[in-house]
Write a protein that binds this ligand. Structure first.
Ligand SMILES: [Zn+2]
Length: 382
C-alpha cells in the first residue's frame, strides 16, 4: 500500500467511526418505521438485570414446573413430534429459579427432576413453607405449564387465577404483568383472547393446584406445544430462557409496585356496636418521593363481615380504618366463626394480602381471636 492509499484508507476508517458515534437523524429514525418486522419475528435474546429486581429481595416464591414422572405414558402431554411438556416446564422452572435467586428472592421448586408429585403436595409446598423470617407460607406460587389445543394454529399466552376475580385480587395483580411480558417476549398471538383466565372456565372447581393453595397463586400457560413451530422452539433451552426472563421481568415490575397489607384487625364491642379497626400499609417504599401523601385509593376500600358490607371510616393521616357492624348486636354474636374480609389497593392498583380473617369470641363473651385465612373460598365473594 502506498502512503497516499494509506491516507485515503485512514480517512475512510475515521469517517466510518465518527459516523457511527453521532446522534441518529430524525429522517433515519422515521425510515426505520418503513421496515418494521411483524410481531412474530424473534430478535436476539437480551437479558439485562432489571433495575427493579431489588424489590424482589426477600420474597418467598414457590415455582411449580407442571407434570413430571409420566414419560412412560404414551403420547401424554406431548407435542406433534413427541416433545414432552414436563421437560419444557422443568427447564423454564430451573432458569427462572436462577434469575430470581440472583435477584435475592428465596425460591423453592415443587419437584426435583422428572418425578411425579400430586397437585395437593405441590400446593402444600407453598402453604407450609418455612420462611426465613420465621413465618409459614410462600408469598407467591407460580405453576409453569404449556398449553395444547386440537386447533393446530392456536398459540397464545394466558395466565390463570382461581375462581372469581374478587377472591383473587392479589393473584390478578401479578398475573397481569406476567401475561403481558410472556406475550411480548415469546411473540405469541396476543390480543386474540383475554390474557387472564379463571380456572373455573376449565373445571367447575377450578384447577386442583390453585384451589388448594392458601397463598396468592397463578398458573402460566405460556404458549402451545401442540403448535408445530412452537413445539420446535420450546425444545430449545434458549427459548425457554426467553420465557423465564419474561416471567422474571413481570415479577420485577409487580414487586416494584408493592403489595399492600394491614395490621391484624382489632375487634371489640363498643357500646354494644361491633367495631373493627386496622391500620393500612400501602406496600410501597417509604423512601419514595411523596411517600407522606395518601397512596391508598380510598374508593377501593371495602370491609365485609360474613358477606355483608360494613360502614367504614378512613383517616388518610394515620391510615386507620374503622368499620362498624351495627347489625350485629353483642347478644347475637354467638360462639361460631365469622369471616371478615378487607380490601384496598394502592396507587399502582395493587391489592392487599391477606384479605380474609376468621374471628371467634370466647364462650363467655370475652376476648376475640383473629386468624388470617388464605385467599381461597368455595363460593364467590359478595
Ligand atoms: Zn400442563
Amino acid at each position: 500500500m502506498t502512503w497516499r492509499n494509506m491516507r485515503v484508507w485512514m480517512l475512510g476508517m475515521a469517517f466510518i467511526v465518527l459516523a457511527g458515534c453521532g446522534p441518529t437523524s430524525l429522517d433515519k429514525s422515521v425510515s426505520r418505521l418503513d421496515h418494521r418486522p411483524d410481531w412474530k419475528r424473534h430478535g436476539k435474546i437480551d437479558l439485562p438485570r432489571h433495575p427493579a429486581e431489588k424489590h424482589l429481595q426477600g420474597w418467598v416464591i414457590v415455582l411449580d414446573p407442571g407434570h413430571g414422572g409420566e414419560a412412560h405414558k404414551e403420547g401424554y402431554k406431548r407435542g406433534p413430534t413427541g416433545v414432552r411438556e414436563a421437560e419444557m416446564n422443568w427447564r423454564v422452572g430451573k432458569l427462572l429459579e436462577r434469575l430470581l435467586v440472583d435477584a435475592g428472592a428465596h425460591v423453592t421448586l415443587t419437584r426435583h427432576g422428572d418425578e411425579f408429585v400430586s397437585l395437593k403436595d405441590r400446593a402444600e409446598v407453598a402453604n407450609n413453607l418455612e420462611r426465613p423470617d420465621g413465618g409459614r407460607g410462600a408469598d407467591l406460587f407460580i405453576s409453569l405449564h404449556h398449553n395444547a389445543s386440537s386447533r393446530e394454529s392456536a398459540n397464545f399466552s394466558s395466565v390463570w387465577y382461581h375462581g372469581q376475580v374478587n377472591v383473587s385480587e392479589s393473584s390478578l395483580d401479578v398475573a397481569r404483568y406476567i401475561a403481558h411480558r410472556l406475550g411480548t417476549e415469546m411473540r405469541t398471538n396476543v390480543a386474540v383472547t383475554s390474557p387472564l383466565m379463571s380456572d373455573q372456565l376449565m373445571y367447575a372447581g377450578g384447577f386442583g393446584v390453585l384451589r388448594q393453595c392458601r397463598v396468592p397463586a397463578i398458573l402460566c400457560e405460556s404458549s402451545f406445544f401442540s403448535n408445530h413451530d412452537e413445539e420446535q422452539r420450546l425444545r430449545d433451552a434458549d427459548y425457554n430462557l426467553r420465557e423465564a426472563y419474561a416471567i422474571y421481568v413481570g415479577l420485577c415490575e409487580y414487586a416494584y409496585g408493592g403489595r399492600p397489607t394491614q395490621t391484624p384487625p382489632v375487634v371489640a364491642f363498643d357500646d354494644g356496636t361491633l367495631r373493627i379497626s386496622v391500620v393500612l400499609d400501602d406496600g410501597l417504599p417509604k423512601d419514595w418521593w411523596g411517600h407522606e401523601r395518601d397512596r391508598t385509593l380510598s374508593s377501593t376500600l371495602a370491609v365485609y363481615l360474613d358477606g355483608k358490607r360494613l360502614a367504614v371510616s378512613y383517616d388518610p393521616g394515620d391510615k386507620t380504618v374503622v368499620a362498624t357492624a351495627a347489625h350485629v348486636p353483642a347478644d347475637t354474636w354467638g360462639s361460631g366463626e365469622h369471616v371478615l374480609s378487607i380490601h384496598h389497593a394502592n396507587l399502582l392498583k395493587h391489592h392487599n394480602y391477606p384479605q380474609r380473617y376468621a374471628i371467634r369470641q370466647t364462650a363467655d363473651g370475652g376476648e376475640f381471636t383473629v386468624t388470617a385465612l388464605g385467599p381461597r373460598r368455595a363460593k364467590p365473594a359478595p
